[in-house]
Design a protein around this ligand. Structure first.
Ligand SMILES: [Zn+2]
Length: 162
């Protein structure tokens, strides 16, 4: 794993998962474009909260999603009956490859950084000022704004970030 975990605590507390869940719920559609395909699929079938719980427990591994029955109980107690059934309907009787927990945290932190860059840009800061404030490089600022598809008058007029 080459991406450094974004300050992930040694012990993953329920509060930490709640914090990550809240960020995802605040930016529902946007966060799906940052998360891995498998994580986004999990969130789509269940909820962000269930996705974080599953990643925290089974991340970076394959998990068997049973249709029904006894082997259902582990996942059921982790994410609740309703979510477990939704998973079972969508992926039941098959193995599911989960991406890593730390990868999902890095994705969320990356989205937050992009949002911050966009906010600073729209408040009138230059790319150089933003790069000092974050801090990061100006090419990173530029690619962030590109990713965020800024449609402010300045960007539209000058094509500054296209
Ligand atoms: Zn702009």
């Amino acid at each position: 794993m080459k991406t450094s975990p974004a300050n992930i605590p040694d012990v993953i507390s329920p509060e930490y998962l709640d914090e990550l869940t809240a960020i995802c719920e605040q930016h529902r559609n946007l966060v799906l474009t940052y998360l891995s395909f498998s994580a986004a699929e999990l969130a789509g079938a269940t909820s962000f909260k269930a996705m974080w719980k599953l990643l925290a427990k089974y991340g970076d591994d394959r998990v068997y999603i049973p249709r029904q029955g006894n082997r259902f109980s582990n996942i059921l107690s982790l994410i609740g009956k309703e979510n477990a059934e939704a998973l079972s309907i969508k992926f039941g009787h098959d193995w599911f490859n989960l991406s890593s927990f730390s990868g999902a945290v890095v994705a969320v932190r990356r989205m937050q950084r992009d949002l911050k860059i966009l906010e600073l840009h729209q408040s009138g800061r230059s790319m150089r000022q933003i790069s000092k404030e974050i801090p990061t490089s100006t090419p990173t600022v530029r690619s962030s704004l590109k990713r965020m598809k800024c449609d402010c008058s300045k960007c539209l007029k000058n094509g500054a970030f296209s």
